[in-house]
Design a protein around this ligand. Structure first.
Ligand SMILES: C[S@@+](CC[C@H](N)C(=O)[O-])C[C@H]1O[C@@H](n2cnc3c(N)ncnc32)[C@H](O)[C@@H]1O
Length: 253
């Protein structure tokens, strides 16, 4: 299957699908930190380009930025120091809706607990990293189109997770605690890095039959970018360059 793993810098899901013989591509405005031998299958661009210029994805697995969507970010919504917060959240929501509405048979959108459950729709499934063998707690939502719920691959429960209790009595999973000790600039990235165990379950359990379709490229509609892309050092890409990197020679313009 031809798979787009949108907003993935870690390459974890991309590499799990490549390992099982799929034609998987990651896309992120950041460079890939995945297996170097697969890094030619990383599109370091605004994902809107990959969606606009190429319409032949059999499956899309997306990790949209959650800064303006997750529960922990909601306390800033009415803080006068962040006057654009509502606008930012609207853009983040539109980004999710755009991916969901994309003409693709199999879609998975991942995000932590937050406003998507009410402003977008109820998730198909909640998962925890410990259900897939990781020593961590992080309740995560999956919205699934055409895909079955993931079946846990580990017997671990939240009691098996390692916790740290602070002198004030507050308890965190050790993973959470370790992330919080990182310098501020690395924290968000470390927290958002996906889990190999879940990626393996996706690649094993979502070995779907690819829909039959012609390989075509559509004319770009209005390429919209979001604030992350505007802030990031992403490259703008021409249709020719995108085709070249992806090895596509047939175009319909
Ligand atoms: C919540 S993190 C997901 C990280 C992912 N789970 C992983 O393991 O790599 C969101 C990612 O979206 C990327 N991003 C934000 N806006 C983007 C855009 N317009 N196009 C592509 N990537 C984008 C960020 O750089 C960040 O890596």
């Amino acid at each position: 299957m031809k798979i787009l793993v949108a907003c993935e810098y870690s390459g974890i899901v991309r590499d799990a699908f490549i390992k099982r013989g799929h034609d998987a591509w990651s896309c992120d405005i950041l460079p890939s930190e995945g297996d170097p031998k697969n890094n030619h299958k990383h599109l370091q661009y605004d994902v809107n380009y990959a969606l606009d210029l190429h319409d032949d994805w059999d499956m899309i697995i997306a990790f949209p930025p959650c800064t303006f969507l997750c529960s922990s970010g909601q306390r800033w919504m009415n803080d006068p120091r962040y006057p654009n917060r509502h606008e930012d959240q609207r853009h983040a929501l539109e980004f999710v809706q755009r991916i969901w509405a994309y003409d693709c048979k199999y879609i998975c959108i991942e995000n932590p607990i937050g406003v998507l459950s009410t402003k977008f729709m109820k998730p198909s499934q909640y998962i925890q990293p410990y259900q897939f063998g990781h020593d961590a707690c992080k309740k995560t939502c999956l919205w699934l189109k055409g895909l079955p719920n993931l079946v846990p691959t580990s017997d671990m429960t939240k009691e098996d997770v390692t916790y740290v209790t602070l002198s004030n009595g507050r308890r965190f999973s050790k993973w959470d605690y370790d992330c919080s000790k990182l310098p501020h600039s690395q924290r968000g990235k470390a927290r958002s890095k996906f889990w190999e165990g879940v990626a393996d379950a996706m690649a094993d359990q979502w070995n779907m039959i690819p829909p039959k379709r012609l390989i075509t490229l559509s004319k770009p509609s209005s390429v919209c970018t979001n604030d992350y892309a505007l802030q990031g050092s992403y490259k703008k890409i021409s249709l020719q360059d995108l085709c070249k990197q992806m090895g596509i020679s047939h175009t319909r313009m």
